[in-house]
Design a protein around this ligand. Sequence first.
Ligand code: SF4
Length: 361
Amino acid sequence: MSENETSNPDEKIRHLTTEITKMVTSPVHIMVVCSGYQVTIQKYHLGRLLPEQIQLHYGPGCPVCLASPVFIDKLLEYGKRDNVIIATYADLLGIPGSVSTLEESRTAGADIRVVANIWDVLTLAKKNRRKRIVFPAVGFESAASSTAAAILQAKVAGIFNFHVLNNHKRVLAGMEAVLKQKEAAVDGFISSGRVAASMGADYFRLISEEHRKSQVISGYEPAEILEAILHLVKQINNETVILENLFTSAVTEKGNLKSHQLLEEVFEADDTTWTGFGKIKNSGFRIKNDYRMFDAEKVFFDAETATPVLPEGCLCGEIMRGLKSSHDCPLFSKICNPIHALGACMYSVEGPCRIEFLYGR
Ligand code: SF4
């Protein structure tokens, strides 16, 4: 029976795990580069169904965890000004900056509002023309294209009090950084289906062609992830190094042309700092000069921040590099938990420590 022959999900999972167990002959290190995959893996306890030789590592797949504390520090500085409203997703409220969080700053009187999407931020800016509305933009390529669309819309509509503190990152650059650092054991990747849906499968091809790593783009259902693992094991057994796209319902070769155009129009490449990695060349998106009036860092050029400090003892950086797991952190669940999160990896809904805490036991 092939892995596609049954439509019963339980049977399919049983069949796939049996096939993986039969096929795997030595340790296989798979880096899973999207927190959505980690949620499924932990929620459905897929790790327990897999043979010991399959080692899953969670690399740089949580953009909020990868934002340097200086990003939060800048928001805290902007928020001190009378004419500023910070409009943010709830996921950033408790992320520790060097000395405080947005939540604490809000309690102290800063005008910080939670929004559901970036279009709400434009509405807020339209209703508050005398205020400057700052949106902290975090996320990989697909989120960056939404930010680009909002900036273009703001320009057309003349909403010039809308400003973006931009921390978008290219997940592809993070994967390359993992390989260049040569610290983490990686035989193959399950590459982000979300990013591939907007950028296309082709976007990830250089990981296989230049860096010689097996890759599968997967859907997010348990059986889809197991199927991706089976395909990686087969590639590794056969000493084949290719990119396989198994998520064809959402991912085409070239992706969403409109997303590519939006990114091209609004952003240019930039070096950005990643928690755990430091500065990575061309790993981010700088707002082009034509759109500088929407760039919070240009508007608030005089804001000063101190050297950022990471929470003491937090291993978030090592986890992002695929070197440690949440259980390696002595603070995990004892001192650090979703109610009292010391690091972004525990606070963010996409953080590996939070996912492990909620589903991993
Ligand atoms: S458990 Fe908390 S302190 Fe430890 S790595 Fe995760 S976020 Fe950092």
